[in-house]
Design a protein around this ligand. Structure first.
Ligand SMILES: Nc1ncnc2c1ncn2[C@@H]1O[C@H](COP(=O)(O)OP(=O)(O)O)[C@@H](O)[C@H]1O
Ligand SMILES: [Mg+2]
Length: 227
């Protein structure tokens, strides 16, 4: 039986809005096994980004548990949590979080250098990843000189640089046209096939559902299995 690598257990998450409390997730549960491809859809505002941030340990739930590779992340120290994130999880954010003062190439090199690669090795690998994403010719540009779609592809290259076991993707095709969205999907599928990377993607693009093993949607704060 394959390992459950990522678990959300009965998650409640709310945001405070002045006097009011907006309950976004209300008993959301999800189990993802190693190597699975999971997509979570839902309309804008349904809590997709919130769920993904919780799964990646970037936010804390009001109640419930997130378990990554058997570790309940609320029980870890801040340092240990950061370590788990760095070691096992790649994150592609909905809005790009590239370092604005660095070039595309440098943005991809940073996680490689932080994980101990030499500058030469990091440069080689970063270049390879940018080529894989079809944006090698943009390597010396800073994020503000890239289109939304290009920045998104740099983000994916950066997220997969250290070959994470789990890739969390928040609407990674949101800024891409159909052709580029499919070509990004092909790269992700190849990564999944060749390296066994677990894919957990949120999207409102129903067209992408066909590529995934399991399809869920967020309804009334809960994660529901589709079909
Ligand atoms: N930091 C925040 N503070 C207050 N409300 C938030 C915050 N982040 C998200 N929300 C609200 O929570 C709901 C779910 O947001 P989000 O998780 O971003 O949904 P989705 O990604 O599905 O569009 C929305 O109504 C949004 O306005
Ligand atoms: Mg979102």
């Amino acid at each position: 039986m394959s390992e459950e690598i990522l678990i959300a257990e009965d998650i409640v998450k709310s945001y405070r809005e002045g006097q009011n409390k907006l309950i976004v997730l209300n008993g959301a549960s999800l189990k993802v096994k190693k190597g699975e491809k999971v997509i979570i859809t839902g309309p804008s505002g349904s809590g997709k980004s919130t769920l993904l941030h919780l799964l990646g340990g970037l936010q804390n739930p009001d109640s419930g548990r997130i378990i990554v590779k058997g570790m309940s992340i609320a029980d870890l120290s801040e340092d240990r949590r950061a370590e788990v994130r760095k070691k096992y999880i790649g994150f592609v954010f909905q809005y790009h979080y590239l370092f604005s003062e660095f070039t595309a190439l440098e943005n991809v090199m940073i996680p490689l250098i932080l994980s101990g690669k030499s500058e030469k090795k990091a440069r080689e690998k970063a270049l390879h990843l940018l080529s894989l994403m079809g944006i090698a010719e943009r390597k010396d540009h800073r994020p503000n000189e890239l289109s939304g779609g290009e920045a998104q592809r740099v983000q994916v290259a950066r997220a997969i640089a250290n070959e994470p076991e789990i890739l969390l993707l928040d609407e990674p095709t949101g800024n891409l046209d159909h052709k580029r969205a499919i070509s990004l999907m092909e790269i992700l599928l190849k990564l999944n096939e060749e390296m066994g990377t677990t894919l957990c993607m949120v999207s409102h693009n129903k067209e992408l559902e066909q590529f995934f093993d399991y399809r869920y949607s967020i309804k009334n704060g809960k994660v529901e299995r589709e079909d």
